[in-house]
Design a protein around this ligand. Sequence first.
Ligand SMILES: Cc1cc2nc3c(=O)[nH]c(=O)nc-3n(C[C@H](O)[C@H](O)[C@H](O)COP(=O)(O)OP(=O)(O)OC[C@H]3O[C@@H](n4cnc5c(N)ncnc54)[C@H](O)[C@@H]3O)c2cc1C
Length: 319
Amino acid sequence: MSLVEASDLLRGALLGLSKSDLVRTTIERAPVSRDVVARYVPGTTVADAVQATAELRATNRLATLDYLGEDTTERAQAEHTRDTYVALLDALARADLSQYAAAEVSLKLSALGQYLPKDGDAIALDLAREICTAAERAGTTVTLDMEDHTTTDRTLATLHALREDFPWVGAVLQSYLHRTEADCRDLATAGSRVRLCKGAYKEPASVAYQDGDDVDLSYVRCLKVLMAGDGYPMVASHDPRLVDIAAALAGHHGRAPDSYEFQMLLGIRMNEQKRIADRGHQMRVYVPFGEDWYGYLVRRMAERPANVQFFLRSLATNG
Ligand SMILES: Cc1cc2nc3c(=O)[nH]c(=O)nc-3n(C[C@H](O)[C@H](O)[C@H](O)COP(=O)(O)OP(=O)(O)OC[C@H]3O[C@@H](n4cnc5c(N)ncnc54)[C@H](O)[C@@H]3O)c2cc1C
């Protein structure tokens, strides 16, 4: 078995294992988990999120904040998520961090009730609208995260509905999906904010490229479409080759520095984030916060087997 196959196998196993309640409880309760989580998640409260944003601003980085939570099964949970986002946006405005979208928010529609058995999409849309109203008041924007492929069409439909009133709402597209180059063409229009990432879920070969090189090639094709288009590309990747290609394409198309941006996750390649910002590019950092960090952490682990080894070693010595 090649290294690539072994690593794909480990990634699939991890994402599959993450559905086990026993594994979840063991990891959530392990004392060392908090230390490992702290690298990626700055805390559980709105105040923690605001503090992390202020620290990023001090080094010239922008932020997009995500209140962690997915697979919401009760309407009250979805409403709590809405309330937290509204409180966050108000707090960012009070701290003078949100104007001109210096700090914006990222939403998962599943956290807003998309999977609720009755009227899930309508509930998520209504709650997202309320968050958009708070974002408008704070002088900033909202981006809809993209989840697994079964939700892509529904998420894009919600995007279009929200953009009727809030044209600055952005969406995420994932280069591992076969459909994404066409979606990029549809969304590369004036005022349209599109975050391009590789994709973090375990997807079947019927809809997604399975080989890392194919995902990267697709990413470059999508980048070409977005950079040549009239929209606002958000290049979300830690991959140095893709960051270089994106910068070259932006130059080739004569894009002004404020007409696109780079994005990375908190805790990953932090020095490179600062270097990119220092070179005069806009650099936005995705900052997740909240108690419900488990699903997020597993996806970060699955991206990089070395992270799993680090975590297991810590569990063995401190757990
Ligand atoms: C701002 C932002 C928003 C995102 N939103 C979504 C979304 O809505 N939906 C979705 O499916 N996915 C989302 N993702 C995740 C994305 O799809 C990838 O899973 C993730 O970014 C890793 O891909 P990569 O492009 O960095 O390339 P990779 O090839 O995975 O990584 C390139 C290099 O980055 C470093 N690196 C990458 N991941 C890690 C890690 N976990 N720990 C340590 N080092 C690492 C390593 O040096 C690695 O060699 C988002 C990513 C970012 C940056």
